[in-house]
Design a protein around this ligand. Sequence first.
Ligand code: GLA
Length: 754
Amino acid sequence: MITFHKAKNYFQLQGEGSTYLLGVPPNGDLHHLYWGKPLSASALKKLLAEWKKRSLETEHHVSREFQRREYADFGHNDLRTPAFQLEHADGYRISEFLYDSFQILPGKPDFGPGPSSRAEEADQVQTLKVLLKDKLHKLELDLYYTLYPSRNLLVRRTILRNRGSKPVSILKLSSASLDLPPGPLTRGPQAEGQAMPGLGTKSTEAQTGSWRLVRFPGRWAQERQMKEGPLQEGTLRLESRRGISSHEMNPFAMVSRGQSDEEKGEVYGFALATSGNWLIETELFRDQTLRVNAGLNDFNFKWNLGPGKAFVSPECVMAYSASGFSGISFNLHRFIRERVIGGHWQYRPRPMLLNNWEATYFKFNHEKLMRIARAGKEAGLELFVLDDGWFSKRDDDTSSLGDWFVDKRKLPRGLRGLSDDIHGLGLKFGLWIEPEMVSPKSLLYKKHPGWCLHVPGRRRRMARSQLVLDMSRPEVRDYLFETIGKALEEARVDYVKWDMNRSLSEVGNEVLTPGKQGELYFRYLMGVYDLMDRLNRRFPKVLFEGCSGGGARFDLGILHYHPQIWASDNTDGLDRTFIQYATSFAYPPLVTGAHISSVPNHITHRSMSLKWRALVAMSGNFGVEADITKWRPSERKELADYIRLYKEIRPIVQFGDFYRLENPYQSNRASWMFVSPDQRKALVFVFQVKPPKKGEKAEGFKLKGLKAGLTYELQNGGLKQSGEKWMTKRWLPGIFKNPKNPHACELFHLTARR
Ligand code: GLA
């Protein structure tokens, strides 16, 4: 429920387990009052009284830096990092947006092109639109807050409208921005000062470090590693400047007030639904107020907004949990499954695929692929995916991108011939593409050397021997839509792996006027989304999987178009345990491509047991990426058993709820579990990631997500006890008590008996 309390001039966005309050003081500046657990009537009263006092005092005596602001500007007397920055036609960069009016809308408005989460009737969603105006320049800022009350989620966006007669340049426009106050301190003399942050507050040790941050940095083959630690005073930018959301940092982060863990602590999550240059910026101010700005990266960004025009920011999904990280993940997972992903595949079990990349790389022909596919079919797999190397003269990664027609040397009967034979086996057929790229060694480049991103007169720097097509240009997108569309149609594909293997460089073109070059990163991204959208519409039943040199574009923006994403080129079982554990903080296992490959692993050269590799793959969107014709019969049999098992558990893994139990970054084990939607079945996965230290007491873990009143039995007449017991008493399966195998792993099934 969203309410405006007229007498006290504040908005209340009331979720089932969270409250968000915004206030309009007499001066018209917008203030952030609160985001957290629902407040008691007396706590609310106190908070409002304190706000009133502070807003009056600071207005007359001190700087606005002592206010907690919502969507703050820069250049008056709040000199913290702002939510937005504009350059007006007169060259001045000072704006002043003051509160004008509001609307409470049912549901969620249509924001036009680009990724957008949905609202359905059952969500009882409402959207608050707060209109701020800069009267001098006739500019309007619409701040949108869509509240999903039962999910404790808010989705925010910002629109800037130019109602004036002169253009304005947008240098920065966050999707969401707010000032989170520090929590009450419980000990020491500083508690008093804390009651009124900023007014005579002493900076003390107890205050410093009260805010903590969880982020997900990485690199190629090590995407989304979990890092947790204190925030220090100053500004921290988590961002991408690469034109893709990046291997280096995922566009999702959490801040917590004080130390948090899976169960405890107040945690705030920010997930951006954008796949290019993004920014999640925190500024911990001297009074321990934490400003968070999240949205498009302002670096290298300049958007010219002509009279009558509007600029719509991407979405930021904001999640609150009063019960640690698990509360954030639980709500985000369901939200992504139910309201971000859409289309034909949303609720359909995802086919178990066999991809030929690690099996053959570029060296294959029709027969070889068929041999692998046949072995896959025998093992029980459902979809065969032909990866890179099927087009033009692509024998390695130095040529042919852009020439999307089949290589008849490798596939003399064409894609259709292969696809018919694959379909004849009873498998679905999938294809790899990398639409956004062009190889200088290609017919496309010869014909259209100007179609790639470039700055006239400057060198075009390659990465993986390729250049990036300028996706902002409609003629480039039309070419791709036609050629790729034709290939997909002719080959009757059921699945597409959409890859993107390099960062953007020399981001310029000869089409945009000089003053508009700062728009190109965003125009590129919107062009990519446009092509995705057009291909989705043309092939509504085709399952698309996102990929970017592994997992460099793993975000809510891509998930809007592609309901699953390849998590990492690193298929080593042990490394994957960490990657998938950390990925799960925001993203549900359903969307996370997880494949078994051969050992020694092609990247790490490590050999994890088949069981381990299988259990890790079964914890996500299962696939195989290996030449299993080369495997021993016993290994193929074992694989077939895992495939059979995954088919049984797939509905729970893909559509149940996921809970992390033990953190491999902090302990010797990783463990997690899935609970079926009816809570009658559960799967517990346990991995010994490191041998226990000598003499170390094996502690075990408590289960989650069960029904307290039901009795759950471990498979085959094992331990049987109430859900309540499973969830309150630690349990450690025998094989992990004194593991002889340094990498023991197991999957346990639990079934409700009553
Ligand atoms: C990227 C992908 C891989 C594979 C290769 C093919 O690295 O992440 O899975 O498709 O490209 O070139």
